[in-house]
Design a protein around this ligand. Structure first.
Ligand code: FES
Length: 319
């Protein structure tokens, strides 16, 4: 991972528990451009990396993040909230696993802080004259970021848990039956994602129409009896992956130069290729098609077969 030095140029509360943070290059160089749906990695501590969606458009040359202060977090969101204007931090170049796809119409469903990538998408579609609708669900108006700029936009529907029942999300109405050439995007906490995706499936939406980004937590270690062996195609070396360790843990412990970032199955940095065996995919970043091509996240996924043969591209050899 190549890190870039950034400086905090603005840090303000959007709600009591969401901070909007603008970053600029610390060196005078320009940040790389990004597309709607992209995120950056932020190096919180040498061992803690967190992903945040870019929710611009920021002023020229800036990245804008919105960070929820989560009491259950492992320190990432607290550290981000404690930043002050002028503080420096290290960030990655933007990556986009959740891009807008080519479609006649786009339906965006945001739950809570999941608004961040969808806000960037709505802005891009607005700029380009795209046909879209954004449904933004939050516990209350006071807990929802960016409401001022979204309210009044006829393409945006705000749904608050504590509001009039008539304004609450009704997927039979707000998503409806599958429509041709229509892409559905969903981002938010697990419960929200499961609700929207489950209902979409029940309504008959085909999986290829559904695009998701989950703000996940690290997968739990697997049940006991779930150990397996990984064999590296490059060296033939074999390593046992016990039930309480990830493939990535085992590779790193054995000195393999395996790439990684989030360790949560959501960023895609650790992806390798399965050459033999039956993987048990537990990531939130790869599509079904990518799984079918043999792509596999070492930080979160496991094996259904006793052995998995993997093609790991060392960090130093990655493009
Ligand atoms: S390190 Fe991010 S998906 Fe594995």
């Amino acid at each position: 991972m190549t890190w870039t030095e950034a400086v905090v140029v603005s840090h303000s509360p959007a709600t009591p528990d969401i901070a909007v943070i603008d970053l600029a290059p610390a060196t005078g160089d320009e940040f790389p451009a990004y597309t709607a749906g992209a995120h950056i990695d932020v190096l919180i501590t040498p061992n803690l990396v967190r992903q945040y969606s870019l929710c611009g458009p920021p002023e020229q040359g800036r990245y804008r993040l919105a960070v929820l202060n989560e009491p259950a977090s492992r320190g990432g969101s607290r550290a981000m909230h404690a930043l002050k204007v002028g503080d420096h931090l290290r960030i990655s170049a933007p990556r986009n696993h959740f891009p807008l796809v080519t479609a006649r119409r786009h339906l965006l469903f945001a739950g809570g802080i999941g608004i961040t990538p969808l806000l960037a998408m709505a802005r891009q579609l607005e700029r380009e004259g795209g046909d879209y609708a954004l449904h933004y669900c939050a516990r209350s108006r006071a807990r929802a970021a960016f409401v001022k700029e979204l309210a009044g936009n006829p393409r945006v529907a705000l749904h608050f848990d504590d509001g009039d029942p008539r304004q609450q999300l009704d997927l039979a109405r707000d998503l409806g039956d599958p429509q041709p050439d229509t892409a559905v995007y969903v981002c938010g906490p697990d419960g929200f994602m499961d609700h929207v995706l489950g209902k979409a499936e029940a309504l008959g939406w085909p999986p290829q129409s559904l695009h998701k980004e989950r703000f996940g937590t690290a997968p739990e270690p697997t049940a006991s009896g779930d150990s397996f062996t990984v064999r590296l195609a490059s060296t033939g070396a074999e390593y046992l992956v016990p039930d309480d360790r990830s493939v990535l843990d085992v590779l790193l412990e054995n000195g393999v130069d395996a790439p990684y970032s989030c360790r949560q199955g959501i960023c895609g940095t650790c992806v390798v290729r399965v050459l033999a065996g039956h993987p048990d995919h537990r990531d939130e970043v790869l599509t079904n098609e990518e799984h079918a091509e043999g792509l596999f996240t070492t930080c979160s996924s496991r094996s259904l077969s006793p052995t998995l043969k993997l093609d790991v591209i060392p960090r130093r050899d990655r493009p």
